[in-house]
Design a binder for this molecule. Structure first.
Ligand code: TRP
Length: 442
């Protein structure tokens, strides 16, 4: 828990793993591949990587260092440094409350597929109509959503978080290994070559503002930035820790997994379905992967293992999302832990149920042309996170000044890329984010 007995990560690898555990989740495996597929493949990948290297790393350095400097979580950290900027902390704290419900809806989908594969009817899930039938039936997705959020809640209440995190330290490397295996398999599927070209060759004619916007929002989402999470993590980091290398490791690791997930899914789209399916959206992973497993020897077993591992990745991320929301209620409103958990669950009902039903019985209910799940995703990732990110850059670049961050980083080591950091946080990142943010309205 954040408020009582603030410990710290005892080893470097402990911190990198914990932060990577929060970063690696459905964002890498479910969200990245469908966005890359939809937004031009290679060009999306290129822009994504460039954004991680410039904006992402600078922002993550700033957030983790802010946390370590103040020793506080997001709302209080901004408040302590400058009262007028406290609202940025509050904005950041709202984001996880919007993400958690729909994240758990997708978590429920994963659970459904996991159970299907474990019960041995994985082959059924590979049928063309399976996914559509599943999400458009209202009861089943809602049922799995409730199970998923229930599990997360039970874990938070009984404080067995530690055990889950320990388990995920073994399971996450397994997920990486399995992803590599499935990716290699996908590359050699008949017809996959076309997909490889699509994924690797940046084709500038596929470039759109919307694609750039998606790449940027995905970068924030996948690295868990612009929502205070990394500030909270940073508050547990010891003064002797080398923040610069830790950030580089986390960012590269997270990006590598997203890249592999794309490699697993995009060539398979070409092999089994053809380029029309690139536009499938949030369902892409659920439509494509069962077909891949179905075509493999021992595919039932591999599929079951894969979905179990993805489920764990989703679970650990959902736990830290929920913990963030609960902690904000406790800190900001002085709620007791029980009251904070109940408040969080109320939000999960209000936002989660329509997110789940929006693909089925309530699919006629659109906001700005989007179903409710996509709308929550849009508001949090494309609007709120860029706003929080720009404000964080301005805050660090012009209010507390980059030097404050540099000094804190240098408590342990020389900050090698400090010039680049300063340039990025003062000019490049805020200008880029601002332009991309505004581009969606014009
Ligand atoms: N980065 C996570 C993923 O890729 C999603 C996420 C965003 C997250 N913000 C978070 C997870 C905060 C935990 C805490 O799936």
């Amino acid at each position: 828990m954040m408020s009582d007995n603030r410990g710290s990560f005892t080893s470097r690898i402990g911190f990198v793993l914990a932060a990577a555990g929060s970063a690696v989740g459905l964002g890498n495996i479910w969200r990245f591949p469908y966005l890359a597929a939809k937004n031009g493949g290679g060009i999306f990948l290129l822009i994504y990587i460039l954004l991680v290297l410039t904006v992402g790393i600078a922002l993550m350095t700033a957030e983790i260092t802010l946390g370590r400097k103040t020793g506080l979580s997001v709302c209080s950290a901004f408040k302590k440094l400058n009262k007028k900027w406290a609202f940025v902390g509050v904005l950041g704290a709202i984001v996880p409350a919007i993400i958690l419900p729909y994240y758990s809806v997708i978590g429920g989908w994963v659970l459904k597929y996991m159970v299907a594969f474990c019960e041995g009817y994985g082959a059924t899930t590979a049928e063309d109509s399976f996914f559509g039938g599943f999400i458009s039936s209202s009861a089943s997705p809602l049922f799995w959503y409730v199970i998923f959020i229930g599990l997360v809640t039970v874990i938070i209440i009984y404080g067995v978080k530690k055990g889950i995190e320990r388990a995920s330290k073994i399971l996450m490397p397994l997920l990486v290994i399995l992803t590599v295996i499935v990716a290699i398999y996908s590359i050699f599927l008949p017809g996959a070559a076309e997909g490889l070209v699509y994924y690797f060759k940046p084709d500038f004619s596929n470039l759109s503002w919307n694609g750039v916007l998606s790449a940027m929002s995905q970068m924030f989402y996948s690295l868990s930035l612009a929502m205070g999470i990394m500030i909270t993590y940073g508050s547990y980091v010891q003064k002797k820790e080398n923040i610069e290398t830790a950030v580089t490791h986390i960012a590269l690791f997270d990006t590598a997994i997203a890249f592999l997930a794309g490699l697993m899914i995009i060539p398979a789209v070409f092999s089994f379905m053809g380029p029309e399916a690139l536009n499938a959206g949030p369902g892409l992973m659920f439509i494509t992967l069962p077909k891949v497993f179905n075509s493999m020897t021992a595919g039932g077993f591999i599929g079951a293992t894969f979905f179990i591992l993805v489920f764990f990745a989703a679970l650990t991320s959902a736990i830290s999302l929920m913990e963030a929301v609960v902690a904000s209620f406790q800190d900001e409103f002085n709620f007791s832990r029980t009251k904070a958990i109940i408040a969080t669950l109320i939000i999960c009902v209000i936002l989660g149920v329509p997110s789940s039903m929006g693909n089925g019985a309530w699919s006629g209910f659109l906001i700005m042309g989007m179903d409710f799940l996509s709308f929550c995703d849009y508001i949090s990732n494309n609007i709120m996170m860029p706003i929080v990110a720009v404000l964080t850059c301005v805050f660090v670049g012009y209010v507390i000044k980059p030097q404050a961050i540099i000094e804190e980083v240098e408590l342990s080591n020389v900050f090698k890329k400090k010039k680049l950091f300063e340039l990025s946080i003062k000019f490049f990142a805020p200008v880029c984010i601002f332009i991309i943010l505004v581009s969606q309205f014009v």
